[in-house]
Design a protein around this ligand. Structure first.
Ligand code: PEP
Length: 254
């Protein structure tokens, strides 16, 4: 598929996989995806599996991501993990503001902006998640919610760092539910997001920023979603937990 921006497809393993299970999954993916050059492929295991997976991806085209990071660089923050710790394992990407963290850990946009600053400060790339709930969509508030989340989560970001940032549009009602946004819904939200990015930075910068779609992406809907002009990849939850389903999403997307 010939796209304006290189596709980036990431698997968010969430709180799944022991280190041994993660290693088995990543080794399977390495075999299946060794020849893929058309997309950046990222796997985001839980912290406890980063070390095992980091060794396995060293000689491969797979890149490593983390699912969260502290906004602080060190210190008395019990239970937190900072950029320096992630860099020890060659992590390149960090998911920030996933709707599960916004919902369960009550992460606000301002905190996500601080985390994004710390991620960039360590020369890592944040994957900043935004997305509306079902009630917000049904109340015709999708665009207002997306704009507020984008302005808040990207506050203070320079244009240079904006192009090193990935946005993931993840409608909350589509995550883990089997309900995927239609291609029109996805494209229209992505185009809206790119418009907000053009206001925040400028058009040329906005055109370089990759926007992933996330929400029940599967092998059978990936191709159509990726064919949309403003859809530049996918953030995949459930279907990234098995070699076959994640590899097929990638193969069907390129
Ligand atoms: C996610 O949680 O980021 C996600 C997109 O999950 P799923 O693919 O399972 O809907």
């Amino acid at each position: 598929m010939n796209k304006e921006r290189k596709l980036i497809i990431a698997g968010n393993w969430k709180m799944n996989k022991t280190a041994a299970e993660a290693l088995a999954l990543v080794n399977g993916l390495k075999l299946e995806l060794a020849n893929v050059k058309e997309a950046d492929i990222v796997v985001c295991p839980p912290f406890t599996a980063l070390e095992a997976v980091s060794k396995a991806v060293l000689d491969s085209n797979l890149r490593l991501g983390a699912q969260n990071m502290s906004e602080h660089n060190f210190g008395a923050y019990t239970g937190e993990v900072c950029a320096g710790m992630l860099k020890e394992f060659s992590v390149r990407y960090v998911i920030l503001g996933h709707s599960e963290r916004r919902q369960y850990q009550k992460e606000p946009d301002a905190l996500i902006a601080s985390k994004a600053k710390a991620v960039h400060g360590a020369a890592l790339k944040p994957i900043v998640c935004v997305g509306e709930t079902l009630a917000e969509r049904e109340g015709n508030r999708t665009e207002a919610v997306l704009e507020k989340q984008l302005r808040g989560s990207l506050a203070g970001l320079s244009a240079d760092l904006a192009v090193e940032t990935i946005i993931a549009y993840e409608p909350v009602w589509a995550i883990g539910t089997g309900k995927t946004a239609t291609t029109q819904q996805a494209q229209s939200a992505h185009a809206f997001i790119r418009g907000v990015l053009a206001q925040l930075f400028e058009d040329a910068t906005a055109r370089k920023i990759r926007i992933q779609y996330g929400g029940s992406v599967k092998a059978n809907n990936a191709k159509e979603l990726m064919s949309q002009p403003d859809v530049d990849g996918a953030l995949v939850g459930g279907a990234s937990l098995e070699v076959r389903s994640f590899a097929d999403i990638i193969k069907n997307s390129i």
